[in-house]
Design a protein around this ligand. Sequence first.
Ligand SMILES: N[C@@H](CCC(=O)N[C@@H](CS)C(=O)NCC(=O)O)C(=O)O
Length: 254
Amino acid sequence: MAFTLYNAPQSTCSQRVRFVLNAKDLPFAEIKLNLLEGDQLKPDYLKLNPNGVVPTLDHDGAIVIDSTVITEYLDEVVPGSSFTPDDPVKRARMRTLMHFIDEMPAASVRVPTFNLAFLPTFQKMSREDFTAMAESKPLRREFMLTMGQTGFPKAEMDAALARLRRSWERMDAEIAASGGPWLLGRDISLADVAAMPALVRMHDLDLADWQDLPRVVTWFDNIRAQQAFQPTYYHGSLLSDRFPHLREKGAKTA
Ligand SMILES: N[C@@H](CCC(=O)N[C@@H](CS)C(=O)NCC(=O)O)C(=O)O
């Protein structure tokens, strides 16, 4: 079995897939796309992934896209070290949480990410180049145009941070209900993998605001202690590795 992963080091969706590949000890060739330079919008890549986003998995020539779909696919084709519960009711619960995570924290984390990390790059572009780049994005055109070259306004940033905070509260409630330490109880599942990158991102942006939610604090420690975590977050995978301005004091309020 040969796996090739088209991805980007700092892409949160890519990190989910790298984590599962690493946890299952599956060797994979990694093709790194430069998202700020538009590698994901080139015609050859769009043939693989018409959404113009990473990640994309090539498994012996079969193309699978969308990070949660890829992680489920990997659990199906390589069932060892499974992240999917046997019980169909628990499996449904896991998928419900994965939908929630995609809709809430995974979507909301893009606002602080773009405002704090990517905006300076977009501000250096001419208005024409920025608009052309935004309009060439199949999935994120309106998102980019709304952000523009001045960034999301404070109200939008506050709303995203509020949605993120509600996500951690929901995680805390889920862990309490399942008995923990993971979202579904004793065993780590794809729902935990789906949530991981948003928390790592907020921690990296110095915006972690779950210290008063002890179950989430423990969850975050536990996921970072997983053997698959370090190889997933190799050097260059954090935004602060690539954008040192984020390490400057006060960056998060910029
Ligand atoms: N639902 C997709 C979303 C993928 C996605 O948004 N990927 C981002 C990186 S995390 C991307 O490639 N962005 C490129 C762009 O916005 O042009 C998935 O989970 O794979």
